[in-house]
Design a protein around this ligand. Structure first.
Ligand code: NAP
Ligand code: MG
Length: 514
């Protein structure tokens, strides 16, 4: 069996790679302010009203102006997706997979261009942007390969005179609603999973990162996707979201984003509307309140390094980001002090400069929300470092550590989605696990311990979709760590895993008397 290697990360310590990336950044800047169309049934439509995509590190820079779908255009897109479904569903699975492989190859050749755009549009530091693009490439190739495994269905028994088959067929038109934080990988991954399984798609990307999605749609067209199969309809979630979700012809919704929006979609999708003759399927990947637990007797340097990297990488704006550190009593002070020391050394600023470890947060709304939580945290615990923000040029917030929190404190319970980590002390390992499990979420978690029994206890009782032992809690790789959470973190769809494509299909049993 050939083992699967994920797309390697770029080594930016090499001069030629740095130079190539600088050139890509320049290329993106040259395109600043450009207008982008919607794509409906292969037709490129410019609207007067535009979504203005800005650089969160420098609000004055307009990355692009993207056409905006209203309900009428959303309806037009639905019609074209319904028509395209009738032919796309019959296209051979191998042909569909081949389009994904081709798109992956195109993006691999233009990798730095995509990553540089993520630096400018999403405020990602070079390495984070590079990882986002690599993950997108991985999704394309992984789901392509998965489809080849599923194309003939699965084996069922047959008897003399009776031949039985068990096949997977697509569902219909899917609405893909994606977040800004993995503006490329999650947007592309959720889209192509729906496409390769034979569905047609209405793609609504997050409103702060629509340009990267426009580029992706262009690539899919170049890779040979027929007209109407992928319709690109950026628009405000609150304006067209309900319309798309409620539509009687929507067969399924694949959503990644916040708990509140996900819950709303799940509820609305449960209603059987007039002229609807199926129960909609919902794939919803939502928020997290992810924890690193540190045991006594653990490697404390590893613990502090893992906390800092998981808490502050991409300004804490990963659904998997560590936002709580729960430390067993006797090592609490040492881990906390070392975490503060490491945090002091972090550099913050424009992510276009590779010397900055951390860039901005997503937008004004995110900035205000995080700053509000920092104020709450100051009341609830002890501010150790950080706590300041500056939104004059871009949305910058210093990496913040708040200590001595009660497990029930708000900043121990609610998703902040920024560079803030809350420390809490536990009297022993069992108590630490109990605190780790005390939120409504269950996305990722990590345990730093040298005690085999404790690692086993965590394996059984730490109720998270992605559990990491003796490493940080971010950085899942497609095909290696299928990703998705429990409880209010979502439907545990496990993106990048062997069961994911099945969520986009239905099984059909064909029994023939011979
Ligand atoms: P968000 O505000 O929920 O937005 C996600 C998407 O939903 C955007 O495209 C948004 O559009 C759209 N939307 C907003 N209101 C809607 C409505 N009423 N109906 C339909 N769609 C609507 O989340 P976000 O701020 O972009 O992303 C951060 C969140 O995503 C965090 O909670 C994070 O934990 C979660 N996340 C989870 C995973 C996972 O795998 N579990 C991965 C990544 C992120 P607009 O942009 O136009 O508002
Ligand atoms: Mg949002």
């Amino acid at each position: 069996m050939i083992s699967y290697m994920h797309e390697p990360f770029t080594d930016f310590s090499r001069k030629e790679n740095r130079k190539a990336f600088e050139e890509a950044l320049q290329m993106i800047e040259n395109d600043f302010g450009k207008d982008y169309p919607l794509v409906i049934g292969g037709e490129k439509i410019m609207t007067d009203e535009k979504i203005i995509s800005i650089n969160p590190a420098n609000k004055k820079e307009i990355v692009g102006r993207v056409s905006k779908a209203d309900r009428e255009l959303a309806e037009k897109a639905m019609k074209s997706a319904l028509t395209a479904f009738e032919t796309w569903r019959k296209v051979n699975s191998e042909v569909r997979a081949q389009i994904l492989f081709k798109a992956a190859a195109i993006i691999r050749r233009r990798k730095h261009e995509f990553s540089a755009l993520l630096v400018k549009e999403a405020g990602k530091p070079w390495n984070e942007a590079d990882a986002d693009t690599a993950e997108g490439i991985d999704f394309l190739e992984y789901y392509g390969r998965q489809m080849l495994e599923l194309k003939d269905g699965k084996k069922v028994e047959s008897r003399p005179g009776e031949h039985n088959r068990y096949e997977y067929i697509p569902l219909g038109v899917g609405v893909i609603i994606s977040p800004w934080n993995f503006a490329f990988a999650i947007m592309a991954g959720t889209t192509v999973a729906a496409l390769v399984t034979g569905n047609t798609v209405l793609l609504k990307p997050a409103s702060t990162t629509p340009v990267i999605a426009a580029k992706f749609v262009e690539v899919m067209e170049k890779a040979g996707l027929p007209k109407g199969v992928l319709n690109y309809i950026p628009g405000s979630g609150s304006e067209i979201g309900d319309y798309l979700v409620d539509h009687p012809k929507t067969r399924f919704i694949s959503f990644t984003g916040s708990r509140d929006v996900g819950t709303r979609i799940y509820e609305r999708a449960a209603i059987v509307n007039k002229e609807q003759f199926w129960l909609k399927r919902v794939i919803a990947e939502m928020g997290g309140k992810d924890t690193i637990v540190v045991d006594s007797g653990a490697d404390l340097e590893l613990a502090a390094q893992s906390i800092v990297r998981s808490a502050f990488g991409f300004s804490g704006q990963k659904c998997s980001a560590c936002s709580r550190a729960i430390i067993v009593e006797d090592v609490y002070e040492e881990v906390l002090n070392r975490t503060i020391e490491l945090t002091k050394a972090l550099t913050i600023g424009d992510p276009a400069n590779p010397n900055n470890f951390m860039g901005p947060v997503n937008d004004q709304q995110a900035f205000d929300k995080i700053m509000r939580y920092i104020e709450i945290g100051k009341q609830e615990g002890r501010l150790m470092i950080g706590g300041e923000g500056d939104d004059t040029r871009g949305y910058f917030i210093k990496p913040t550590v708040i200590a001595d929190l009660d497990p029930e404190a708000r900043i121990m319970q609610e998703e902040i989605f920024g560079p803030v980590v809350a420390f809490s002390k536990a009297k022993d390992f069992s108590k630490a696990l109990e605190i780790a499990n005390n939120t409504e979420y269950g996305l990722t978690g990590a345990v730093i311990s040298n005690n085999r029994m404790h690692l086993e206890q965590a394996r059984e009782d730490f109720h998270v979709g992605n559990l990491y032992l003796n490493r940080g809690c971010t950085g899942a790789i497609v095909g290696y760590q299928p990703f998705g959470g429990f409880n209010m973190s979502g439907t545990d769809s496990k993106a990048g895993g062997p069961d994911y494509l099945l969520l986009h299909m239905q099984a059909k049993t064909i029994s023939e008397m011979l």
